[in-house]
Design a protein around this ligand. Structure first.
Ligand SMILES: NC(=O)c1ccc[n+]([C@@H]2O[C@H](COP(=O)([O-])OP(=O)(O)OC[C@H]3O[C@@H](n4cnc5c(N)ncnc54)[C@H](OP(=O)(O)O)[C@@H]3O)[C@@H](O)[C@H]2O)c1
Length: 313
């Protein structure tokens, strides 16, 4: 099992090739469904779970923290905290907004309580906070690492300029630095490649892309005149334009060649891109998860990769 693990550069974290997205837990998956997905993921050797304090406050009736609570209850009931690499985030939940020292200090304790653990392996700034100087944010994160509450820190949704600024601050002030970036990146969203990928390559950070399946679009289930029963149908369905159809056709062709599923091919394309360590994708059911886990066995050749890249240009 350890043979297929990946070490995140700049850390001692060794993770499964698929990072399991946790925003569905308490949103489109109820507690039993979430436990089933988490169990199946762990049984297949999965050990890397991504969540945020804010998941999923937008669902009517929720207030936020639901995903962390489900994951924490699952870890406690399975007694497997030490087998898992846990990532969560601070800064985009309306209850605890921004990256001020005060907010980070309060948010981390709440996340630890909900996750029922004494440390977070990878703690993200969920989005940039233009109102807080990076010196303050990084000093706050540095304190958490020194206190043992957090092992490593990372950024999400930062521009290249602002990420470079934060890295420079860490260096200048001798503070902990971001080891990874979690950007919006997949076969139909490739802005990441322009400025962020070169920066990450130069500075040795790893990329952990979110919406790896473009909210489900890259599974191929969105077709003209075929309604999809999903809370995310509107967002995912919006990719069905000419380019989207080209990408789906190429995913089908490559999938057929490998006896694989389009979703698995989409994840394998992403995993093969420079700087990417592990894609982050979610599953609402164990059936869906099967296609995601197949990533660990699928290796695309240069021709497959070039065709997919060209189709999504
Ligand atoms: N940093 C950030 O700002 C940020 C933002 C968004 C997400 N994230 C993280 O990234 C993770 C991944 O993003 P995401 O979960 O929103 O989107 P995603 O991984 O692109 O899409 C996952 C969705 O696609 C559908 N799906 C998955 N496998 C399938 C299969 N085999 N067949 C058919 N449908 C399938 C499911 O939705 P349906 O069944 O409902 O169609 C599933 O919830 C999140 O869980 C979260 O941890 C981070």
């Amino acid at each position: 099992m350890d043979g297929m693990r990946i070490t995140l550069p700049g850390t001692d974290l060794t993770v499964h090739p698929l990072c399991l997205g946790g925003n569905v837990f308490g949103w489109s998956a109820d507690v039993d469904g979430s436990f089933a997905v988490l169990d199946a993921y762990a049984e297949a050797g999965g050990n890397f779970v991504d969540t945020a304090d804010s998941y999923f406050w937008r669902k009517p009736g929720n207030s936020g923290g639901e995903s962390e609570t489900i994951i924490g209850d699952w870890l406690a009931s399975r007694s497997n905290r030490d087998d898992m690499v846990l990532a969560t985030k601070v800064g985009s939940w309306p209850e605890r907004p921004g990256l001020s020292r005060q907010n980070i200090a309060a948010a981390v304790d709440d996340s630890l309580r909900r996750l029922r653990t004494d440390h977070i392996d990878l703690y993200y700034a969920h989005k940039d906070d233009p109102d807080t100087p990076p010196e303050e944010t990084l000093a706050a994160f540095d304190e958490l690492i020194k206190a043992g509450k957090v092992r490593h820190i990372a950024a999400s949704n930062f521009t290249a300029d602002r990420l470079a600024e934060s890295l420079a601050v860490s260096e200048r002030e001798g503070l902990a630095r971001y080891v990874a970036l979690q950007p919006h990146y997949n076969l139909v969203e490739r802005d990441y490649e322009r400025e962020l990928a070169p920066l990450l390559a130069e500075r040795g950070l790893s990329c952990l892309p979110y919406f790896a399946l473009a909210k489900g679009f890259l599974t191929g289930k969105y077709q003209a005149n075929t309604p999809v029963d999903s809370v995310r149908a509107e967002g995912a369905g919006a990719y069905l334009d000419e380019r989207g159809r080209r990408v789906l056709a190429e995913l089908d062709a490559v999938a057929e060649r490998h006896g694989a599923r389009p979703a698995t091919v989409a994840l394998a394309w992403l995993a093969a891109q420079p700087t990417v360590s592990t894609p982050i994708a979610s599953a609402r059911t164990t059936d869906q998860l099967t296609d995601l886990l197949a990533l660990a066995e699928l290796k695309l050749d240069d021709d497959d990769l070039a065709r997919l890249t060209a189709a999504s240009a």
